[in-house]
Design a binder for this molecule. Structure first.
Ligand SMILES: Cc1ncc(COP(=O)(O)O)c(C=O)c1O
Length: 562
């Protein structure tokens, strides 16, 4: 068989699907698994399907077979096993939704290919992926220190040319030293590591946490290195979820990783609404009520997710709010997942307080009450100033779990052998950046400051733009990488969306994409108060020209559908 390289062939796009792009998701199943039974029985359709094609029959040595039902005589030649249909699959996987890579981003991918193949056929020159916090996709440069170290880990033979690295290639001596240390810790990055992660790197993480939390000691044995925060969430929830009787409190709006993972595990999401009018703060009465109602409905509230700083809201929790969360957790015995992946994306005027630090304070202030709190705190190389999403590095610190439960966590981690070892190395660099006085320090600080300045500039600009637009209100973000403006969509736009069988916010995002190339995510993918409409966008795209495109689109949209 002759293989051709499709990518460079002029026919490479011929196979592109022409399917309808905007089929409506069923919104009613967003929060609760709707399967009537956890036991899936395949439909009684034939697993072997006949084909009556004469061409097959004529090729058959048993050409005398005329009936496609004569199974016993012609099974080998005249029948073939049917291909899988979605109903043959794990229904939880089929049901799971993940809006940040949903219908709008898929449409955007198709438009990108169209632009590549037929430049000039769309009203914009490029698609802007504002649907996901993926900084390097939008031109953010990787920090030099990290990449210098990683390059040596990938190709240790570079160490035979240290002088050339420093004198001709701009490597800093401390990145070379760090690479040597990591190589001693790791061995080869091409080998599996310990399932929990390389011990020396877990020690670096523990030191980072201890330092961050004003001396509250962290231990390498409590740290699990993970393939980003996503795999940590998957690990924790698959251990905690025992079916639909397990309830997990999640903030609404939420990052859809949580609803998707709960659907995969056939558990029940217990939404607690954040208070938009109060900067998307947590309302502790609401959280308590959700936990209590769930108990009364026979669903055991088991776990409480806190995303701080918030995605998509950009809010940062106060110490008081965190203490309140632990009060509810202590009362109902909830495991707390602290998704703190944006802890380094904090705007001036706001302060990040780690949940671990506040827990330790509470445990000292009020003996016994908080002793049994179990906290899983997540961090990631994908966010912060590294933005190394593709390297899949992250960690989870497990606090307060029994040794027996930790053994189960270790066992589950071991089933996937280990997280990416280069990702683990990046966690080391995230947790221990160059220090003052070290050769890389100045450049590293400069690169970080540039990223911070850009984030601040773009977020301010976008925030001002949103609040200047008809029908739009937007809370000022205190951290993270997103905005979640509330759009009071005009009546005719809502009607049009109904006609198209899509949600009104999806209609707005779709029209925005078609007109400007800006790819966003409808608020319905994150959850929102019924009757409200939001759009989630990052503010990472370079420049401000795209914001002007958005502004123009919005004005025209309102004119058209008013
Ligand atoms: C709140 C939150 N948690 C977790 C993740 C997953 O990040 P990672 O790349 O570390 O898996 C994201 C990604 O955007 C996120 O926004």
């Amino acid at each position: 068989m002759i293989k051709t390289c499709n990518r460079h062939s002029s026919h490479s796009l011929r196979g592109m699907s022409q399917t309808t792009l905007f089929k409506s998701p069923s919104s009613s199943s967003l929060f609760r698994s709707t399967s009537s039974s956890s036991l899936y029985i395949p439909p009684p359709t034939a697993l072997v399907r006949s084909i009556s094609s004469s061409s097959i029959l004529s090729n058959s040595s048993n050409a005398s077979v005329t009936s496609p039902l004569s199974y016993s005589t012609s099974r080998e030649k005249s029948y073939f096993a049917e291909r899988l249909e979605p109903e043959d699959l794990n229904p939880n996987v089929v049901k799971a939704k993940y809006a940040v890579r949903g219908a709008i981003p898929s449409y955007a991918d198709k438009l990108k290919i169209q632009l590549l193949k037929h430049p000039g056929t769309l009203p914009f020159e490029s698609v802007i992926n504002s649907n996901i916090g993926n900084p390097q996709q939008l031109g953010q440069k990787p920090l030099s220190f990290g990449r210098q170290v990683l390059s040596i880990l990938e190709y240790p033979a570079l160490l035979d040319h240290e002088r050339t690295l420093v004198d001709s290639m701009g490597y800093a001596p401390d990145s070379i030293e760090r690479a040597k240390t990591l190589l001693t810790d790791i061995g080869s990055i091409g080998a599996y590591s310990n399932s929990q992660g390389v011990h020396g790197i877990r020690q670096t993480v523990a030191d980072f946490i201890t330092n961050r939390d004003d001396g509250e000691v962290a231990y390498p044995d409590d740290i699990f290195l993970t393939a980003g925060a996503s795999s940590a969430v998957s690990t924790i929830l698959s251990i905690l979820c025992k079916g639909q009787q397990t309830g997990v409190l999640i903030p609404i709006p939420q990052y859809p990783l949580y609803t998707a993972t709960l659907t995969l595990n056939d558990a029940t999401a217990l939404p607690y609404y954040l208070d938009e009018s109060n900067g998307w703060s947590t309302d502790i009465n609401e959280i308590s009520k959700v936990a209590q109602d769930s108990l009364e409905a026979g669903i055991k509230p088991t776990c409480l997710v806190v995303i701080n700083p918030g995605n998509p809201t950009g809010s940062v929790l106060t110490v008081e709010a965190i203490k309140n969360v632990f009060d509810v957790a202590a009362k109902y015995g909830l495991v707390v997942i602290a998704d703190e992946v944006y802890q380094d994306n904090i705007f001036p005027g706001s302060e990040f307080h780690s949940m671990k630090k506040i827990l330790r304070i509470l445990q000292k202030e009020v003996p016994n009450k908080y002793d049994n709190i179990q906290l899983a705190s997540l961090h990631s190389c994908s966010k912060g100033l590294l933005g190394e999403c593709g390297h899949r590095g992250g960690y989870c610190e497990f606090i307060g779990f029994t040794p027996e439960v930790k053994q189960v966590i270790t066992k589950l981690s071991s089933i996937s052998l280990c997280s990416s070892v280069i990702g683990q190395a990046l966690v080391d660099l995230m947790c221990c950046p160059p220090k003052k006085g070290e050769p890389s320090y100045e450049l590293d600080q400069h690169e970080r400051q540039t990223i911070r300045t850009n984030h601040k500039k773009r977020s301010n600009k976008l925030y001002e733009m949103f609040n200047s637009l008809e029908g739009v209100t937007c809370q000022k973000p205190q951290g993270a990488m997103y905005m979640f403006p509330n759009i009071q969509l005009p009546f005719n736009a809502i009607k049009m969306a109904q006609n198209l069988d899509i949600t009104p916010d999806e209609f707005y995002c779709r029209e925005l994409l078609k007109a400007t190339g800006i790819c966003t995510v409808p608020g319905s993918g994150f959850g929102q108060q019924p009757g409200t409409y939001h759009v989630r966008t990052t503010f990472l795209a370079p420049g401000v020209e795209w914001m002007k495109r958005w502004e123009k689109f919005h004005i025209e949209f309102f004119e058209k559908y008013r």
